[in-house]
Design a protein around this ligand. Structure first.
Ligand code: SF4
Ligand code: SF4
Ligand code: SF4
Length: 439
């Protein structure tokens, strides 16, 4: 199979060189339970697989100016710096002229020291650092294997990375413990850590032994839908007042992008799945990082004739992608926020709709509150007239719109309006789009 032809579109693979191995034992971790898939494994990606993965990713993105290589856990730093030195060396060897290879790495920060920072900075790695807020909120669910706090070590990693000029995002889960404290969490990241990039990941965790997406009972650690909505709104209100253009909250950028341009860059809000896969330490490729389960195993990139690109383009993976829309319940299909939400991530669809149809997203109530709150703002952006803001705020809002715009540059979907001319206006005014924000 021609690898280049197989991949007309970019795709994203989270490579897990240490599989289910981690030096933490967070209560809500879904990676650790994957150990049962590979009994007796050392969970260390051999160089042969790492190098083949790098080569295949670069080949599959040969016509594109950039390819992203994402390293994920378990805890990838357990592989040691030399593994990543060899990966960067392989990237340099295989990259096409003019093609940039961008590395990202998700870490709990425990092993990050000066030597790591130097390497990460030198090689332009973008780091995702897992931290759930100030000490007592972080310690609620995130501890080491002996049950001890890791807060000081994570904060130290953040400070070291700042000192060394390593680019990093904070990846914070929103869970039952920190959701009642949105501003405490947000201000801690902004004011005490000096973070500028923030990802908020809601914990919706099924209660079962397998770690698979089965059953509808959720753990008590999962965030309450209404609390999730309140959490987002509280942070959004603070962000709009003072931080547009200086703090970047991925979910806000993407909800605004979906509201204004009808498309977002995070898979959870996109119409279809299928472009965010997971690679296990032994070369097994799965449909998605949240579905590392036998029934979503596509094959092994070392043994399948079409390799990585062939598996991404396979009918199984395409069917996985289409299922996101195909399984939407009627309440979503008729929802006024469908153009933003698309029913969000299928792994969170554990509720029955009011009419009994299965497949409603557990976080729906929170989404509706939040989407409703931001609509006047988004509609103002779409119409080029931000609502009731000072001149300074207008300038910042325009800067945010430019940021969203840049994030979507090249997207064919960008020209799609947020709503059809005769549809109800997404700002909730009750008028037709063409008579309201679409004028
Ligand atoms: S740091 Fe990440 S991989 Fe490790 S236990 Fe916590 S959630 Fe799981
Ligand atoms: S299942 Fe969820 S995480 Fe996976 S690709 Fe779809 S939206 Fe993304
Ligand atoms: S807000 Fe709720 S009803 Fe509307 S699309 Fe999202 S999950 Fe479905």
């Amino acid at each position: 199979m021609n690898l280049v032809a197989a991949s007309a579109r970019p795709f994203h693979v989270m490579a897990k060189p240490t599989g289910a191995r981690c030096n933490c034992a967070c209560d809500y971790c879904f990676f650790l339970k994957k150990e049962r898939l590979y009994p007796g494994s050392e969970f260390r990606m051999p160089d042969e697989i790492m190098e083949s993965f790098v080569r295949q990713m670069i080949e599959a993105h040969a016509g594109l100016p950039e390819v992203e290589i994402a390293w994920q856990g378990g805890e990838p730093t357990l592989m040691g710096i030399d593994f990543f030195r060899r990966a960067v060396e392989a990237e340099t060897r295989y990259a096409r002229a003019g093609q940039r290879v961008a590395n990202s790495l998700q870490t709990n920060g425990l092993l990050i020291d000066g030597e790591w920072c130097h390497f990460l900075r030198e090689n332009g790695f973008l780091i995702g650092l897992s931290l759930d807020g100030p000490r007592e909120l972080h310690d609620a669910y995130r501890r080491d294997r002996a049950g001890a706090s890791v807060f000081d070590r994570v904060v130290r990693a953040a400070r070291l990375m700042r000192e060394h000029g390593v680019e990093f995002n904070i990846l914070a889960t929103v869970n039952a413990a920190n959701s009642p404290h949105p501003l405490e969490v947000y201000r801690f990241f902004r004011d005490e850590l000096g973070a500028r990039y923030l990802q908020l990941i809601p914990i919706v965790e099924r209660e079962n032994e397998t770690g698979d997406q089965e059953g509808t009972r959720l753990t008590e650690r999962s965030v309450e839908p209404a609390a999730y909505g309140r959490f987002l709104i509280a942070i959004f209100d603070e962000w709009v007042r003072r931080d547009v253009g200086s703090m970047f909250v991925t979910f806000f950028d993407n909800v605004l992008a979906a509201s204004v341009y009808g498309e977002s860059t995070v898979c959870a809000l996109r119409r279809e799945c299928g472009e965010a896969l997971a690679l296990e330490h032994n070369g097994d490729l799965y449909a998605c990082d949240h579905f590392v389960e036998p029934r979503y195993l596509l094959g092994n990139i070392m043994s399948e004739p079409g390799g990585l690109a062939g598996l991404v383009a396979s009918e199984n993976q395409r069917a996985f992608g289409r299922a996101k829309q195909a399984t939407l319940p009627r309440v979503c299909r008729e929802c006024r926020f469908l153009f933003i939400c698309n029913g969000e991530c299928p792994k969170n669809r554990v509720l029955g709709a009011p009419d009994g149809e299965p497949g409603l997203n557990y976080l729906c109530a929170g989404f509706k509150r939040f989407f409703g709150r931001i609509q006047p703002f988004a509609a103002g952006l779409a119409a080029g007239r931000p609502p009731k803001l000072t001149l300074d705020q207008v300038l910042r809002v325009q800067e945010a719109a430019d940021t969203v715009n840049r994030g979507l540059a090249g997207s064919a979907a960008r020209s799609r309006p947020a709503a059809g001319r005769n549809d109800p206006c997404p700002c909730g005014s009750g008028r037709k789009y063409k008579h309201c924000c679409g004028r």
